[in-house]
Design a binder for this molecule. Structure first.
Ligand SMILES: NC(=O)c1ccc[n+]([C@@H]2O[C@H](COP(=O)([O-])OP(=O)(O)OC[C@H]3O[C@@H](n4cnc5c(N)ncnc54)[C@H](OP(=O)(O)O)[C@@H]3O)[C@@H](O)[C@H]2O)c1
Length: 273
């Protein structure tokens, strides 16, 4: 059967390596949608992969109409989707106040993630995989104890509301007094994993029976333009192609029920609590 794959934020960095890796593991009739917010950058990236399975597609995860139209297209053309990597992320710039960065950051990394989850998980075919690229910061252990339950909700609207409450606390200056960590990447990543858990909680029985996987993944430190400004020592960072390997193995390999709905790093579950 033709395998249909989608990677968001795939014109550079880890997303590009995921799309290229899917293409290199594809059969001749498979399709890999290499997507990103800018049509020109997406077309250039697809040309760099230079593989017949790759289709360039502009997709801004912050644009609800565009995401809905893409989902309709996948349904009409292919009847569904088999592999999705929700990877798109806005970058953070050191030295720029969080207030100037958090609105687009949350709009892409959190609301964009829940938008893509809402639109594409209903299209996931049996045996498929929907993986949200999060990080090892994506568990409540990285928050103070009184905030551990903040993102524990059973549906995506609840996760969005919890994320927006944190974002608004950053914007109105109350976040430090409330105990939120200074680095805004941490609550954002916990929110991403919470979104995966909320979707997985509703689909667990049917998905595990069908061999379908929904999970968050942690790629480890990856050497990209996004991470480089934040770490003085990048000697432990993996090149994107190497970091993509375990993520591709998880998406395309044999299913392990313990991965379902969890944050997975190199095949091992990073416990939520
Ligand atoms: N790098 C690391 O060490 C590391 C570690 C752990 C987790 N991660 C996670 O891995 C993922 C990829 O990180 P990366 O380092 O590869 O970042 P990156 O190089 O900045 O790539 C991010 C990609 O997302 C795209 N993007 C930004 N806004 C978008 C939008 N609204 N709609 C669609 N695409 C959009 C960017 O497109 P443009 O080129 O147009 O900006 C780019 O292609 C992120 O979720 C990140 O948090 C990274």
């Amino acid at each position: 059967m033709t395998r249909i794959s989608v990677v968001t934020g795939a014109n550079q960095g880890l997303g590009f390596a995921l799309a290229a890796g899917l293409a290199h593991r594809a059969d001749p009739t498979d399709v890999v949608y290499l997507t990103g917010r800018d049509g020109g950058r997406v077309a250039d990236a697809a040309a760099r992969v230079d593989h017949p399975s790759v289709r360039a597609r502009a997709l801004d995860v912050g644009d609800g109409h565009a995401v809905a139209a893409f989902a309709d297209d996948l349904r009409d053309r292919h009847g569904g989707v088999d592999v999705v990597f929700s990877n798109a992320a806005a970058r953070l710039t050191p030295g720029t106040p969080w207030n100037d960065q958090i609105v687009p950051f949350v709009a892409t990394n959190n609301l964009g993630t829940t938008r893509v989850l809402r639109a594409l998980t209903p299209l996931l075919r049996p045996g498929g995989a929907f993986l949200v690229v999060a990080s090892s910061f994506g568990t409540p252990h990285h928050l103070p104890p009184h905030l551990h339950g903040h993102f524990d909700t059973r549906d995506l609207d609840g996760v969005d509301a919890a994320v927006l409450a944190w974002r608004d606390a950053v914007l109105d200056g109350t976040a430090p007094a409330l105990g939120w960590p200074d680095w805004i990447n941490i609550p954002s990543k916990v929110g991403q994993v919470a979104a995966v858990r909320a979707v997985a909680a509703r689909r667990r029985d049917a998905d595990t029976a069908a061999g379908t996987l929904i999970a968050a993944v942690c790629p480890g430190l990856v050497d990209t333009d996004a991470s480089r400004p934040w770490f003085a020592d990048m000697s432990g960072a993996a090149p994107p192609a190497r970091a993509a390997g375990p993520l591709l193995d998880l998406a395309l390999g044999a299913r392990r029920v313990e991965h379902y709905g969890e944050l997975v790093r190199s095949g091992r579950v990073v416990r939520w609590s």
